[in-house]
Structures are given as structure tokens and as C-alpha cells.
Design a protein around this ligand. Structure first.
Ligand SMILES: C[S@@+](CC[C@H](N)C(=O)[O-])C[C@H]1O[C@@H](n2cnc3c(N)ncnc32)[C@H](O)[C@@H]1O
Length: 271
């Protein structure tokens, strides 16, 4: 479905070699090793990585050292490579995994693919959540939420040492301002919906917020994991308030959108 090519200014990247339909699984890959992701002493993490590398065969160890290192000079080589390439093993996971294939996927703030840790398969999956045309680059997002332009640039620079020039980051100042306003509003409403209390005390307002977030995501052409999460929130609001009919509709939508992003075998879809 893809090949690894040199992408001017971005190093290597994945390009679709055929039309990839929305929902297709592009990659399913086992980690060469797992490592702690956050806030642990760098020396400890470095030692951990070296131990993991010792256990690999020569070919995999060489392939690891061939991966991009965005932190060269700042930290030990193996740690720099691991920090540049580790992908999370679940949302909010404290563990990351090193994947030789998926590590070549570049970032876009208007990405077309989703990386997910599938604990049922014990593999990382990459799914197209938009139709991807032959010749188009396959991109994921390295970021978690709906950050505005400045926050995205700051985080990408700090964690991956590049300035993003994707279509979203290249909008004219006025269009970017409108996009930032929508993204900040998504974050604000998401926080209200995510607060367990407001689901019980102001359920109708929460449902309106959820609908508004969906509209905003659509305007921003975002079709990632935020959509099933939102339908799941709406399901919980309906259940908490005894509205079984709406709960059924929301759960069906949460399932359908989750399957596109992760496949029927994903634990989130199965649950
Ligand atoms: C996980 S690697 C991705 C694959 C990498 N391009 C390679 O050659 O192996 C992450 C690094 O790729 C580059 N990169 C990823 N997305 C980019 C983008 N949108 N613009 C510029 N560089 C990008 C940055 O150097 C980043 O630190």
C-alpha cells in the first residue's frame, strides 16, 4: 500500500502506492522494544534502551540506529533516536514502543491516518481515516489534542525539532485565526464535557456542547479519535440520564467511527 521515499525537507516518509480507502489498515506492527515515555530520569531510560538493544539481532539493532535522531548532540544517540520515534502504547500511556516501519511516518496537523496501540493484537496499527490517493503522503499526528497554531509549533519544535508547514500551518493569517478560534473552542468544550460532574448536573448543556464540538471538528476536517470519544461521551450522558434511545444511537456511532480508526479487533471497538 505504501513505500518509503525521501520527502523534501522532512527526511523519509511513507507515500501511498495505490488508492487507500478510508478505514483500511495500512500497518500492523510489533514493537522491537518498549520503554517508559515520560518524566523518568534520562540516564535510567538510556540504560533501559541499551539493555533492550542488546537483546535484538544485528539487523534490527542496525535498523534502530538508522532511524532519525532529532535530538543529536543533546542526549545520548540511542536515547535521542528513541525519543524521536517512540509511539504511545495507548492513549495517555506511560509506555512507548519502537516500531521500525511506523517510525518513518511523518507528522501533519491535518493528518490522514491514525496510530493506535491494539492490546488485543499486541501491535500498533495505522489506519487511513480519510481516502488517501495514490502518491499522497501518509501522515499521523504527533500531538494529542486540538492545539492552536502557536502551541502546535512550540510542541513540535520542543519534542521533534521541526517547524510544521502542513496545509493547516500554511493557512493565511486570517484563515489561521479562524481555525485557532475553532480549535480553542473544541478544547474548552471538551474540558466541560470531560468533567464528570457536568454530565450529571447539566446533561442537556453537555449534549449541546458535544454536538457543537462535532460541528467544529467537521469544519476543521478532523476525523480522528476525537469523534468516537465524543459519541462515547454522549452515550454516557444519555445513559446517566436514563435516555436509552439516544444512548443506543450514540453507541452505534461510537462503534462505527472507532472501527474506521482502529478496526473491529480493537479493544475499544470490542468493548
Ligand atoms: C518519527 S520521525 C519520522 C520519519 C523521518 N522523517 C525519517 O526520516 O525517518 C520524526 C522526524 O521526522 C521529521 N518530520 C516529521 N514530520 C515532519 C514535518 N511535517 N515537517 C518536517 N519534518 C518532519 C522531523 O525531523 C521529526 O523529528
Amino acid at each position: 500500500m505504501y513505500e518509503v521515499r525521501t520527502m523534501g525537507g522532512k527526511g523519509l516518509g511513507l507515500v501511498a502506492t495505490c488508492n487507500i480507502p478510508k478505514g483500511a489498515r495500512i500497518i500492523s506492527e510489533t514493537a522491537i522494544f518498549e520503554m517508559p515515555r515520560n518524566s523518568i530520569n534520562p540516564t535510567t531510560v538510556h540504560k533501559w534502551i541499551l539493555k533492550c538493544l542488546e537483546k535484538l539481532d544485528d539487523e534490527k539493532r542496525k535498523a534502530f540506529y538508522d532511524l532519525h535522531n532529532a535530538h543529536g548532540g543533546e542526549v545520548e544517540t540511542a536515547l535521542g533516536i528513541a525519543r524521536t520515534n517512540a509511539l504511545p502504547l495507548g492513549s495517555n500511556a506511560t509506555e512507548g514502543g519502537l516500531f521500525l516501519g511506523a517510525s518513518r511516518i511523518n507528522h501533519s496537523c491535518c493528518h490522514n491516518a491514525q496510530n493506535t496501540w491494539n492490546a488485543n493484537l499486541n501491535q500498533l496499527t495505522i489506519h487511513a481515516f480519510k481516502d488517501i490517493k495514490e502518491g499522497e503522503e501518509i501522515c499521523i499526528s504527533y500531538l494529542d489534542g486540538s492545539e492552536d497554531y502557536q502551541t502546535r509549533q512550540r510542541d513540535l519544535q520542543a519534542r521533534f525539532c521541526f517547524s510544521c508547514t502542513c496545509d493547516l500551518c500554511s493557512l493565511s493569517p486570517s484563515k489561521r485565526q479562524r481555525s485557532d478560534k475553532r480549535l480553542n473552542e473544541i478544547t474548552r468544550l471538551d474540558e466541560i464535557i470531560g468533567d464528570g460532574m457536568s454530565i450529571v448536573t447539566t446533561p442537556i448543556a453537555c449534549l449541546y456542547h458535544a454536538r457543537r464540538v462535532l460541528e467544529l471538528l467537521k469544519e476543521e476536517q478532523i476525523e480522528d479519535a476525537r469523534i468516537p470519544r465524543l459519541y462515547y461521551d454522549a452515550f454516557q450522558i444519555a445513559i446517566a440520564n436514563g435516555d436509552e434511545a439516544r444512548a443506543k444511537v450514540f453507541t452505534e456511532r461510537a462503534y462505527a467511527t472507532r472501527v474506521i480508526l482502529e478496526g473491529e479487533d480493537s479493544p475499544e471497538a470490542v468493548d
